[in-house]
Design a protein around this ligand. Structure first.
Ligand code: NAP
Length: 300
């Protein structure tokens, strides 16, 4: 099958260009990750989002090599886990990630989340990202799950404004305050669970309603002869965000990239905006989870 062309790119606040849509690999089993990455790159994806904490950076690197795409044509993003926060620890976390991925430069390295019980280590970790950026070992740096007050604290103590804030963002949780703060600082929003994955993770609470089955989204999808997932991805792209949908299924990986040839009207975008419930599905970034935070990240 022919690769899909004409994907949109976004320019980060330091001038680096990033493909707007990437493949996410959270919960992609290691044994399926290399295949998913190679499939995505074959379809035309040029941006992959992984994390030290996902335990599949090595397989992402394998998928990259298997696809035979030039390294320089792919935007690789990964995250430092909390147990590696601290200046020296985060410099070493870069070494671990680069070695597992099999590359000598990362396109975007971000802090996975603020650690409220050790914020000074979070700041020290960010200072290490600044060093890695200055040394050319990463092309851009950023954060994830930062709320406005976390950003304020970080910006007061560091030099470089993050390029990206990766946050939970789907029609049921649109985070207007975080997006406003990001925009004020010139930080790009990147949506995790962009098609609402967290509203239907297996075993994640049976009372949750999957955004994928929302009546309004299904109605808009039917009008465009697309899926609810495709409508959500269009909604992100048309509002200037990056999104990183996860799939290990070749058909759905392709479907999630077939979104550059239709457009939602402003009325449709507003109807989707109005679905916001203001209720977070993921962990509260203000709550420390020491047991989870202390999970060690293995050496390469
Ligand atoms: P998501 O991408 O919104 O949804 C993924 C789920 O949707 C999977 O169950 C997938 O199953 C299914 N799916 C994918 N495409 C579909 C389609 N076209 N139709 C129907 N179902 C579809 O959720 P996510 O994995 O939570 O988020 C995406 C990425 O964001 C992650 O992979 C990770 O890279 C990142 N993330 C970051 C954080 C953070 O704290 N920074 C937290 C969570 C996620 P199949 O694989 O079976 O298709």
């Amino acid at each position: 099958m022919e690769p899909i062309e004409n994907q949109p790119t976004l320019t980060l606040n330091n001038g680096v260009s990033m493909p707007a849509l990437g493949l996410g690999v959270f919960q992609s089993p290691p044994e399926e990750t290399a295949a998913a990455v190679a499939t995505a790159l074959g379809i035309g994806y040029r941006h992959i989002d992984t994390a030290a904490a996902y335990g599949n950076e090595r397989e992402v690197g394998e998928g990259l090599r298997r696809a035979g795409v030039d390294r320089g044509d792919v935007f690789l993003e990964t995250k430092v886990w909390v147990s590696d926060y601290g200046y020296d620890e985060t410099l070493h976390a870069y070494e671990k990630a680069a070695a597992k991925l099999g590359v000598d430069q990362l396109d975007l390295l971000i802090l996975h989340q603020p650690a409220p019980d050790r914020f000074e280590r979070t700041v020290a970790a960010y200072k290490a990202l600044e060093t890695l950026l200055a040394d050319g070992r990463v092309r851009a740096i950023g954060v994830s799950n930062f709320m406005p007050h976390h950003l304020d604290r970080l910006l007061a103590e560091t030099e470089i404004v993050p390029a990206v804030n990766q946050i939970e963002l789907h029609p049921y949780f649109t985070q207007p305050e975080v997006r406003r703060a990001d925009a004020e600082h010139g930080i790009l929003d990147q949506a995790w669970s962009p098609i609402g994955g967290i509203t239907f993770y297996p075993g994640w609470g049976e009372q949750r309603r999957s955004v994928m089955e929302d009546d309004t989204l299904l109605e808009i999808a039917a009008q465009h002869e697309r899926s609810a997932a495709q409508v959500m991805l269009r909604w992100h792209l048309q509002q200037g965000r990056s999104a990183i949908p996860k799939s290990t299924d070749p058909g759905r990986i392709r479907q999630n990239f077939e979104v550059f040839d239709f457009a939602l009207s402003s009325e449709e975008l507003a109807r989707i905006d109005a679905l916001d419930r203001g209720v977070r599905n993921g962990p509260d970034p203000d709550v420390a989870r020491p047991e989870r935070f202390d999970m060690p990240i293995p050496e390469a």
